[in-house]
Design a protein around this ligand. Sequence first.
Ligand code: GLV
Length: 276
Amino acid sequence: PEISQPDAVEFAVVWKQPTGAVASLPNLKALQSFGAGVDSILSDLTLPASLPLARIVDPHLTASMLEYLDTVLNYYRLRFDEFGTNQQQQLWKPRSPRKIRHLTVLGLGELGSAAARHFAGLGYAVSGWSGRLHQIDGVQCFAGDHQFAEAVAEADLLICLLPLTGATENLLNEARLAQLKTGAILVNVARGAIVDDEALLCALQTGKLAAACLDVFRIEPLPVEHPFWTTSGILLTPHISAVTNADTAVAQIAENYRRVQAGLPLLNQVDRTRGY
Ligand code: GLV
């Protein structure tokens, strides 16, 4: 509401904008997301259909995600979760590391393919699953619903890095979680709504999942009454796995502004029909 001359605005940098805010700028030539994901921007159904949209693709974002995933993997591998619980009961119970050998990465976009490559390079057996088939050296790639079961069958650790779209919302439901190996660990660093909350709680209760590390939630901040806060087996972080770095993002955003002014295509443009 503070924009006094809506028709003077040609370029907008947005993140979780109020519904209708973008549509109220009649001369907008392009939109730029503050982050890697664009689901919160595209969920505004008043968004003009032909408006180009770009997102952040940044090596800093990728490095931060890999650091988070390395940490999580080693946390579980070295059983820090169990030792943390044991400490509360003053229990001295040495154990050898968990056998985490096979990882499956769901989503092979910018971050997912980097994660798959990274862990394959460290010697893990890595499978990747995505909407469209990818080819990544050292990674066994699967695509589409019919290959989901095969893609996750061997996973000791399942890393979700899918974009949130109509096709991935609630993808990790009861039926798909049932296709995991018993005792698998889920790491969701994508979007909360890809996982069915109830199905996840149930999979932890039954022991289908040994643990879940969640950085993203259907509602953020996670409401205080949400059971995820207190469910044993859940490690929770407040959406910090890969935060946009202002220093590097600004240069990219400025470049896209220049491109729009020069009539050139945007860097890192999103396919609006695919939603990512
Ligand atoms: C963070 O979740 C992002 O999409 O950049």
